[in-house]
Design a protein around this ligand. Structure first.
Ligand code: CDP
Length: 486
């Protein structure tokens, strides 16, 4: 809506730098949308300075700025055009309560802008979180093939979130207003420390300091339905009046850093994809398959039969599996301080591992170790039961798969690269399917697609396409504000 500031600069710069387009054309649209203001709101008073906007957009790398008139967007007046209604559920709380019709106005204009511009990608700020969620729904429900990239809320040095309306604040009001980001930041830290966040106390503190609270609520970040403040993650969002100026801001209350769960059958490309996503998003990489392989190796080395449960129980009890990063950045698997990275990938271990992985004592011990490693989050784990059993509360769950033929082909390539010869690819496909069968039919935590996981079928996709897709989907579930790594 214009009144461009540093938050917009960051959006434009991010769009300009996006890797997905080689030479992106970045169009900045400026349109103060009459449909999203009620008669009592500040449509006439909304900050407008087109010359300043043009300068800022150019300096930030925009290719063009488009400031259409109301007639450009609605040639026969708004009443002659299709109106779009934002979902009722998504406007039942937060700004939807007092700004009746606001999000319908946003959705209507947004669909007109998208229809006229036909962008490949739209860049939106997370500052207006409720609007962002509604626009995501709009694009999905209208079946538009337009991607969305977001940026976390950009703040001024004093912590106040950049907003066009900040220019309406008088100096004394601005001083008062910074209490808002301070309290939100404190709430965020408390949530990470697992301390309680007292909403009524924050409410009172704002009101007592001359910031009139319109709402201060905790909602689910994606459904936007009210939740208790101790639910994690949740969105703590607020609108206040500072003098005559309405300001909104929010924070996320989280219990830990994000966790990604990747499950899927053998040879679907989980390891390479997981490793790359881990490095791009600065997450720890947890290869749980390597842990089951390590146990298999140990059992074999000690000549223990896979039927001898009591010996196996003893061996896994004190087992110390560690991952170390080598100088070449590869992950090394250590068992009781012995490097077994190469040995556990032999066909011999591969053919036995699923039997060992079906033993209750083994699963119990390894699941406990994995959960311990994921206590603080900040990790991406791959395996067979990560989303369904090890981390059922993972922020994003993927089920990565491909046709058996494709998986056998990839596995053969991988074996060849590691110096094993593959004579018969049909035989390899058969072995993969046998392992899938064992993994999917075992009694304890079998391989299955968790109900809330996103299935990604990778036939015909190269690895970079898969990685980019996963990162894009990650950021539909984890705000940039919480994990700004992309
Ligand atoms: O490399 P590939 O995908 O073939 O397998 P892996 O990830 O190294 O896992 C080897 C085996 O460990 C799987 O076939 C499963 O039997 C077992 N596994 C499991 O049961 N649960 C996990 N979370 C990970 C692996």
């Amino acid at each position: 809506m214009g009144g461009l500031h540093k938050g917009h600069s960051k959006l434009i710069e991010t769009a300009q730098k996006t890797e997905r387009e080689r030479a992106p054309v970045v169009l900045v649209s400026v349109f103060v949308n009459p449909l999203q203001f009620s008669p009592t709101e500040d449509f006439n008073n909304y900050p407008r300075d087109l010359d300043k906007d043009c300068n800022l957009a150019t300096a930030s790398g925009a290719s063009a700025l488009w400031a259409p008139s109301v007639e450009d967007i609605f040639p026969n007046g708004p009443d002659s055009h299709i109106r779009v209604h934002a979902p009722k559920n998504l406007q039942a709380n937060l700004c939807g309560v007092n700004r009746k019709g606001h999000f319908d106005g946003v959705a209507t204009v947004m669909s007109r802008l998208l229809a006229i511009i036909k962008p490949n990608l739209v860049f939106l700020g997370e500052k207006d979180w409720q609007q962002l969620i509604i626009i995501r729904h709009l694009i999905k429900d209208l079946g538009l093939s337009i991607g969305i990239n977001t940026i976390g809320t950009v703040r001024d040095q004093d912590g106040l979130a950049y907003s066009s309306r900040n220019s309406l604040l008088k100096a004394a009001e601005r001083e008062k207003a910074i209490l808002l980001p301070q309290l939100l930041k404190k709430a965020y830290s408390s949530s990470l420390q697992k301390e309680e966040v007292d909403i009524s106390k924050i409410n009172a503190e704002l009101n007592n300091n001359g910031l009139r609270v319109e709402y201060l609520e905790t909602v689910d970040p994606f459904t936007l339905q009210l939740v208790k403040p101790n639910k994690r993650p949740c969105l703590l969002a607020t609108a206040i009046k500072c003098g005559e100026t309405r300001l909104i801001d929010h924070t996320f209350l989280i219990a830990r850093k994000p966790i990604i769960a990747i499950d899927g059958p053998a040879g679907a490309g989980k390891s390479s994809v997981t490793k790359a996503v881990a490095s791009k998003l600065s997450l720890l990489y947890l290869d749980t398959g390597a842990m089951y392989r390590a146990v298999t190796w140990l059992i074999k080395k000690n000549n223990i039969s896979h039927k001898d449960e009591s010996s196996i129980r003893l061996i896994v009890k004190d087992l110390k599996i560690e991952f170390q990063t080598s100088q070449s950045n590869d992950q090394q698997v250590m068992v009781n301080n012995y490097n077994i990275t190469e040995e556990i990938r032999s066909p011999e271990i591969t053919n036995l591992v699923s039997q060992i992985a079906s033993i209750g004592a083994v699963r119990e011990a390894l699941t406990a170790q994995q959960r311990n490693m994921g206590k603080l989050g900040g990790l991406i784990a791959e395996g067979r039961d990560i989303g369904s059993s090890v981390f059922p509360d993972a922020d994003v769950k993927f089920y990565l798969t491909a046709s058996p033929k494709e998986r056998a082909k990839r596995r053969a390539l991988d074996l060849n690269n590691r110096g094993f010869s593959v004579l018969n690819i049909q035989q390899l496909e058969k072995e993969i399917l046998e392992r899938d069968m064992l993994d999917s039919n075992r009694k304890i935590s079998p391989l299955k697609k968790a109900k809330d996981s996103i299935e990604v079928i990778t036939d015909g996709m190269d690895i970079d396409q898969v990685i980019n897709l996963l990162i894009k989907l990650f950021y539909t579930r984890v705000p940039k504000e919480v994990w700004p790594k992309d």
